[in-house]
Design a protein around this ligand. Structure first.
Ligand code: FES
Ligand code: FES
Length: 159
């Protein structure tokens, strides 16, 4: 069943007439062209598809378009602030937190979600927050370092 869905994507109003069972991940990638969000497992296990929905991280492969009415969605395309990269983006670049980069959009969105609520997380808290985001390349050490450095950048701006 198709339905007109109105929601906000990266600060802009979006209106789409779509089947209510279409996955948010497919809506973003195939209809809107926001291909920064990646599909890994398609079953909620890898975190590659993580986006923010109403300020909370969600797996977009588990969200139906019918749930989107009035929602505020932020994807990796909306993470930078104006022309400036978000601190997590800067730190992942600086620390080599990405190798093939496939997991990186999801890692960045989940890291942002963590730092939104805790700007001084311990290594254990970072590893726990990212435990649903799988990376086949990095061994996670540089990712954890990048999140710690992003936290330090954010604290230096807002002590
Ligand atoms: S593609 Fe959504 S969690 Fe893996
Ligand atoms: S950088 Fe390749 S899967 Fe994480």
């Amino acid at each position: 069943m198709n339905k007109k869905i109105d929601f906000t994507l990266n600060g802009k109003a979006v209106s789409r007439d779509v089947p209510t069972h279409r996955l948010l991940l497919d809506l973003l990638r195939d209809e809107i062209g926001a291909t920064g969000t990646k599909e890994g497992c398609g079953t909620g296990d890898c975190g590659a598809c993580t986006v923010m929905m109403n300020g909370k991280p969600v797996n977009s492969c588990l969200i139906l378009s019918g749930e989107l009415a009035g929602a505020d969605i932020v994807t990796i395309e909306g993470l930078k602030i104006g022309a400036e990269l978000h601190a997590v983006q800067k730190a992942f670049v600086q620390d080599g937190g990405a190798q093939c980069g496939y997991c990186t959009p999801g890692m960045l969105m989940m890291s942002k979600a963590l730092l939104d609520s805790n700007n001084n997380p311990s290594e254990e808290e970072i590893r726990y927050a990212l435990s649903g985001n799988l990376c086949r390349c990095t061994g996670y050490a540089k990712i954890v370092q990048a999140v710690q450095d992003a936290a330090a950048m954010l604290r230096s701006k807002n002590p």
